[in-house]
Design a protein around this ligand. Structure first.
Ligand SMILES: [Zn+2]
Length: 329
């Protein structure tokens, strides 16, 4: 589908008014523990061809490698993390923070080789992956970037949890969370994510969890790699990490980071506004499924330079309040 649609939207090469696809300049590797299995894994990010998209390759499987395209229709599980799988049942889990970094660094085409079933958790945020991409360098490719423009409001609801995509200029996000906990409590955020704002505003926000829940997960053999090195851990209202938080509202920022990564599984950058109320990986994937189920709700487009350069503050200010009011009604 991708290559068929691509022909419709690609502008002439050399058009200075449109944004071009990007990939890495050089391959780069890292290793670390995986959050759930606790196993050590190695990962290499490699440059990829124009229109290839983001593709995971599980190395050492059936002699060669097993390919798993990083798209919404390859999501096979959203319990605790976003897990992708192919038709042969080969999976790769906890892709969301890496996907957020890839989206935030505006990488269109990339091969992610990995020698285990889970992306390393690193410090629990997307910052180490942003650093890796910056070290490798980014190059522009000879074809305009394809984006997915949201044309009408699409929403998924489950009890009080609501995820919505609205049409909009550039890409912006709103998020609200509410926990029965004084350290987290109620947090909300609204920001524009064009112009590389991801790195500054979201990339360093770490995953978080509660000690009593971690103890339950450990008993089930899950979250084996989780520690104060890769998560903000709360014991009741107390934050156990000795250096405290990286952002005052790190919790809601991490939820937005997760959604940003999950939404990049659209297969291209979305142009519109996302708003999440107490949602997680499952709702993010359901929302993409709802979007793509309605042919009138979206279209492929190229991104013009003037839209790509919209100030993040303008984007956030333009829409502040409106979706939040709708969501709490
Ligand atoms: Zn996360």
């Amino acid at each position: 589908m991708r290559s068929q649609e691509q022909g419709k939207t690609a502008g002439p090469v050399g058009d200075i008014n449109v944004v071009y696809q990007q990939t890495l300049k050089n391959p780069i590797s890292c290793s670390g523990v995986s959050l759930h299995s606790g196993a050590k894994v190695s990962m290499t990010l490699r440059p990829a061809k124009v229109d290839e998209g983001i593709v995971f390759v599980r190395t050492g499987i059936s002699g060669g490698g097993a390919r798993i395209p990083a798209t919404w229709d390859h999501v096979v599980d959203t319990t605790m993390c976003t897990k992708l799988g192919n038709k042969d049942g080969v999976t790769v889990g906890t892709v969301e923070h890496l996907m957020a970094a890839i989206a935030g660094c505006q990488i269109d085409n990339l091969i992610v080789e990995i020698n285990g079933p889970e992306v390393p958790v690193m410090d629990g945020s997307a910052q180490p992956f942003v650093f890796l991409i910056e070290c490798a360098g980014v190059v522009e490719q000879r074809k305009p970037r394809r984006v997915i423009r949201v044309l009408k409001e699409v929403s998924v609801r489950n009890k009080g949890r609501i995820a919505t995509l609205f049409p909009g200029r550039g890409f912006s996000m709103g998020f609200e969370i509410e926990f029965d906990n004084n350290a987290v409590a109620r947090q909300s955020l609204s920001l524009g994510l064009m112009n590389g704002a991801f790195k500054e505003e979201l990339s360093r926000a770490r995953t978080f969890g509660f000690l009593h829940e971690a103890e339950k997960l450990w008993a089930l053999g899950l979250a084996k790699g989780a520690s104060l090195e890769n998560a903000v851990v709360l014991n009741g209202d107390k934050i156990l990490n000795k250096d405290g938080l990286r952002y005052e509202d790190e919790f809601v920022r991490h939820k937005a980071l997760d959604a940003f990564g999950d939404l990049y599984l659209a297969g291209a950058p979305l142009i519109g506004r996302f708003h999440g109320v107490c949602t997680g990986h499952s709702a993010n994937n359901q929302l993409l499924r709802a979007l793509f189920a309605d042919k009138n709700a979206w279209t492929y487009d190229v991104l013009r330079v003037d839209e790509a350069e919209v100030s993040p503050h303008v984007l956030a200010g333009m829409v502040a309040g409106e979706p939040a009011a709708a969501a709490t009604a």
